[in-house]
Design a protein around this ligand. Structure first.
Ligand SMILES: NC(=O)C1=CN([C@@H]2O[C@H](COP(=O)(O)OP(=O)(O)OC[C@H]3O[C@@H](n4cnc5c(N)ncnc54)[C@H](O)[C@@H]3O)[C@@H](O)[C@H]2O)[C@@H](O)CC1
Ligand SMILES: [K+]
Length: 554
């Protein structure tokens, strides 16, 4: 991957930013019509790669009458999404704007490559360029239909109904047409965005195309990183059409940055290579505070996550009755047995002599504690040590008032809530479920903490409004205990970074990326049902090794 590609792949834009970038390119002299040709040409070539046509008109002479037969002769509907149609019949869905214009250029190009094409163009008013392309398609004899009921079968559909210009809810008749198209058992390839999705929030505006594949044009739009869009986007791919980086910079420099985490950004914060001369305490000393008699497993999984981070020294404070269990799982760690409450929670932190909380490079606290460990969490929050708070530590924090409590802290704090915990922590932030990025920005700004909101697309915000998003994950991680592994991993990385001046939010992003990648690799090897949290922890180092090899190779 070139430097440019790497930089482009980190960028995320809103519809407004994309419009501004586009406007600069046009103002600099690039003709609109030329850009559309370029972009749609790239899309058409990509479709040819995915759905090759055995009967390529390059050899048959498309445009001659012998190779152009009416779309009504398209073969019957294919239920499968096989990539090996001998002569794919493609339906092109055309909207009123330039998304529709793109689709029409794709239609024309594929037509000349020998594909059977028909066009669905339900709008009477089209932008001028789109209208011209439609006129030319008509002149070529490509069938054009206005009514959904008239559409012949097809092997696949190209969705060019709406792109980032969609500005209000879809209504009938187009809404019901989209619903009917979604019912067909054919792959749908969306241009730029699945039509009907809000470009920024990923919300469904009335209804939306459920794409099997989406070609996002030029720069990643924010919708692709929103949980609620994922069901609609299918496999997402960026079509890079050479937007100058200077234009991207000019438009984004003032705005709060939203960054897609790539392997290169994630791996760059890791404490590798280690200095030749070092010792265990120089490589970070992490204190985990977790577990209770009721939830012993959470402590083990958190500690295994920390082990995966490579942290120099690991201490684990647990209730006394869990000590021998933890020792048997983690012989390398210092297990600190603590006095316990009647319910089996940690009653008091009993650290080894000459040790206090300030002896540690970082503390991670929460999994399996139960809310009976409230005094311990308060004590930890009052310390001046970098801190990760998760699970029960978050529930306790919510009880003692999130915002004023965290505002008093001087050392960095990272919160790692899932949506439910987030809502308990920040009842003042409305609709965190549907506006995750805005919510996580608000939470970080209000508390001064780094907030990592878990989800299919985990988002991490710092108090300066910057957000990082993990662009890939797997539903295999939706399983008890996987969050515990993340807490340990993150704590371990935070401890190792303590003296290295790496921004805390970058460490959080690296941990979340690594955790997701381990889930993806484990799911590839063991299916999505085979990624229990213990296995996930075992995959951490294997994943790291394969990712480092990939980067070195490139
Ligand atoms: N940004 C870029 O650099 C490029 C953009 N291109 C394409 O241009 C697209 C954006 O084009 P446009 O700005 O024309 O926008 P769209 O093609 O997304 O659609 C806008 C049109 O839909 C209408 N509309 C909006 N909401 C509607 C609703 N709810 N019901 C009915 N009609 C509605 C608008 O009045 C307008 O005519 C991109 O998504 C992309 O496909 C490419 O052609 C070339 C490069
Ligand atoms: K579209």
């Amino acid at each position: 991957m070139s430097d440019r590609q790497e930089q482009i792949s980190q960028v995320v834009v809103t519809a407004e930013q994309m419009r501004d970038i586009e406007a600069r390119i046009f103002a600099a002299g690039m003709p609109v019509v030329a850009l559309m040709e370029k972009v749609a040409g790239l899309i058409a070539r990509r479709i040819q790669n995915i759905y090759p046509n055995q009967k390529d008109a390059g050899t048959l002479g498309r445009g001659d009458t012998e190779s152009s037969f009416p779309a009504s002769q398209c073969p019957p509907l294919f239920a499968s999404s096989s990539l090996f149609f001998s002569n794919p019949c493609i339906g092109i869905l055309v909207g009123p704007g330039h998304n529709g214009g793109d689709a029409l250029v794709v239609a024309r190009e594929l037509y000349f490559r020998g594909y059977e094409i028909w066009i669905y163009s339900p709008f009477s008013q089209l932008k001028e360029l789109t209208s011209q392309h439609l006129q030319y398609a008509r002149s070529l004899g490509i069938p054009i239909y206005q009514e959904i009921e008239q559409l012949p079968n097809s092997d696949l559909l190209i969705d060019g109904l709406f792109g980032f210009g969609l500005e209000r809810n879809l209504t009938d008749p187009i809404a019901s047409a989209i619903n009917q198209l979604n019912q067909l058992s054919v792959p749908i390839l969306s241009i730029d965005l699945p039509s009907g999705l809000h470009t920024d929030t990923g919300e469904v505006l009335g209804t939306a195309i459920r794409a099997t594949h989406t070609f996002c044009l030029g720069l990643w739009k924010l919708a692709f990183l929103q949980d609620q869009a994922l069901e609609y986007v299918g496999k997402a791919e960026l079509i890079d059409f050479d937007i100058p980086l200077a234009d991207v910079e000019a438009v984004l420099s003032e705005a709060p940055r939203i960054k897609r985490i790539t392997p290169i950004t994630a791996l760059s914060t890791l404490p590798l290579p280690r200095p030749a001369i070092t010792h265990k305490y120089k490589e970070g000393h992490l204190l985990l505070i977790c577990g209770s008699r009721r939830y012993a497993g959470g402590a083990i999984l958190t500690a295994l996550g920390a082990r995966g981070s490579g942290v120099g020294m690991l201490s684990v404070a647990v209730p006394e009755s869990l000590k021998s269990l933890l020792v048997s799982h983690l012989p390398e760690a210092l297990i600190v047995g603590c006095p316990e409450t009647e319910t089996g929670a940690i009653a008091q932190l009993q650290l080894p002599t000459k040790t206090n909380l300030n002896s540690f490079s970082a503390i991670a606290c929460g999994p399996g504690l139960t809310t009976d460990a409230s005094p311990i969490v308060q004590q930890v929050i009052e310390s001046d040590v970098p801190l990760v708070l998760d699970a029960d530590a978050l529930n306790i924090l919510a009880e003692i008032a999130t915002i004023p409590t965290l505002q008093k802290r001087q050392a960095p704090t990272i919160l790692t809530p899932h949506t439910g915990e987030f809502q308990r922590l920040f009842p003042n932030i409305t609709d965190a479920k549907h506006h995750r990025i805005k919510a996580v920005q608000q939470a970080a700004a209000q508390t001064g903490a780094v907030v990592l909101l878990k989800g299919a697309r985990t988002a991490i915000a710092n108090p300066q409004n910057q957000v990082s998003i993990i662009p890939e994950s797997t539903p295999a991680l939706a399983r008890g205990g996987s969050g515990d592994v993340l807490t340990g991993l993150l704590g371990g990385l935070l401890a190792q970074a303590a003296t290295k001046h790496i921004p805390v939010e970058d460490i959080a992003a690296t941990a979340a990326w690594w955790h997701s990648q381990a889930g993806i690799l484990a799911a590839q090897e063991r299916t999505e049902l085979g990624v229990d949290a213990f296995t996930l922890a075992q995959f951490l180092i294997k994943t790291l090794k394969s990712k480092l090899q990939l980067i070195t190779y490139h």
